[in-house]
Design a binder for this molecule. Structure first.
Ligand SMILES: Nc1ncnc2c1ncn2[C@@H]1O[C@H](COP(=O)(O)OP(=O)(O)O)[C@@H](O)[C@H]1O
Ligand SMILES: [Mg+2]
Length: 386
């Protein structure tokens, strides 16, 4: 329903919440944010800010009471409170049931297995000790990937174990899963959207270059440099996955294209995603507007890519901690087809996501080159660390 008087509550006030608020402003939609501090990125641009913890039952319930629609910008929220709000007649997208599966990487993998969605082989462990035992017994062989079941993000809950010494130095503690190491040719991400009427729209697949140590996306390219057949298969797979989860809103589906041409689902995020930021500057509908369309059951917008685009995350420079300072912005603004987005985080730290830059151009090669220039020019520093 299109209504400028309905109140939309968002759990989480980081950069995704901020960009959701900016998209909402185009239609005079009122977005209200729940997060710890109004100093966070969305605090400056939302219709209203509630200070609280989105993981806390009482905070989420109280926040939702005067809202019509509730959504999220992070999946690690209190789903019991969202369930109660749903029971009280609120519209909650994505559903608490889908969130419960997605926020637990173990439950996610079981979901793929149960729904015949292609993914790597895995096994769940209640602790890293049990995993060590499985390795000792020969049930798991190096190399493989260990992931913590909950609370991991931006590579923080992932360990790639290659050699015996890694079993002592790299293993993460707690409930976890072991995953077969995929032979990755290209990492892809496909953002799908679905509304309550059942309509699905899919953005073209993007290619992600992941930083080998930080496990963070360094550069993203759209459209991905894969065959038209793989593009179509990846889009169809994303549609299958969003329908399987029965989600209203966005679902970003991270996939591996393997060396033998298979597509495997790695993980999903039921919200706007880093891999869709380029849509703001290079698609007829941004992922943020698409999310609003989807959760409000409005017609979904067109998703074609208007020009090749690259996106670079602006990460805090290693060695810099404290109040932020951006170097080289003017040089980037003087370049054609360069779009700078700063999230407004007041302090920087090494590898913190502080903003992103979208680059458009005539060819994939041209945008990659321009993105490299941007990466070498625009630096996120701190005056305190000079
Ligand atoms: N099974 C796997 N085989 C090979 N590489 C993997 C595997 N799982 C994860 N990775 C690598 O680690 C990165 C981060 O893992 P992911 O599960 O997406 O965690 P995060 O939640 O931190 O994004 C992936 O983008 C990929 O580069
Ligand atoms: Mg990931």
């Amino acid at each position: 329903m299109f209504s400028t008087s309905q109140k939309i509550g968002v759990l989480g006030g980081g950069q995704l919440g901020k960009m959701l608020c900016l998209a909402a402003a185009d239609w005079d939609f009122q977005l209200y944010i729940l997060d710890k501090s109004p100093e966070y990125p969305a605090g400056k641009v939302c219709a209203g800010f509630t200070s609280g913890d989105f993981k806390n039952y009482d905070d989420v319930l109280a926040f939702g009471m005067d809202k019509d629609i509730l959504t999220i910008e992070i999946e690690h929220v209190n789903t019991d409170a969202l369930r109660e709000l749903e029971r009280l007649g609120k519209t909650v997208h994505p559903s608490p049931a889908a969130l419960d599966i997605i926020k637990d990487k173990g439950a996610q993998k079981e979901f793929y297995r149960d729904h015949n969605i292609p993914a790597t082989r895995f096994e769940l462990f209640s602790s890293e000790r049990d995993l060590k035992e499985a390795v000792r017994a020969g049930r798991w062989r190096l190399p493989f990937v260990q992931k913590t079941r909950t609370a991991g993000y931006d590579g923080r809950g992932v360990a790639v174990l290659r050699e015996p010494a890694d079993m002592d130095s790299k293993l993460l503690s707690g409930a976890c899963l072991a995953e077969e190491m995929a032979s990755i040719r290209t990492e892809l991400a496909v953002i799908a959207a679905r509304n309550a009427a059942g309509e699905v729209a899919v953005f073209p697949p993007v290619e992600m270059d992941v930083h080998p140590e930080a496990n963070l996306v360094e550069l993203l390219l759209c459209p991905a440099r894969v065959s038209p057949l793989v593009m179509a298969e990846a889009e169809a797979l994303a549609e299958r996955v969003i329908r399987a989860f029965d989600i209203c809103g966005l679902l970003a589906v991270e996939m591996f294209l393997t060396h033998d041409g298979q597509l495997l689902v790695n993980e999903v995020a039921p919200r706007p995603h880093n891999s869709g930021h380029h849509t703001i500057d290079s698609a007829p509908t941004s992922q943020f507007q698409q999310h609003l369309r989807a959760i409000c059951n409005l017609p979904l917008g067109p998703t074609e890519q208007l020009a090749p685009a690259a996106m670079v995350n602006l990460l805090g420079e290693p060695g810099h901690n404290g109040p932020v300072y951006y170097e080289g912005v003017e040089k980037c603004l003087a370049m054609e087809g360069v779009y700078v987005h700063l999230y407004g985080k007041t302090t920087t730290s090494p590898f913190r996501k502080m903003g992103h830059v979208t680059v458009t151009g005539a060819t994939p090669e041209a945008v990659i080159q321009k993105a490299e220039t941007v990466k070498n020019t625009l630096k996120v520093l701190s005056l305190d660390s000079r």
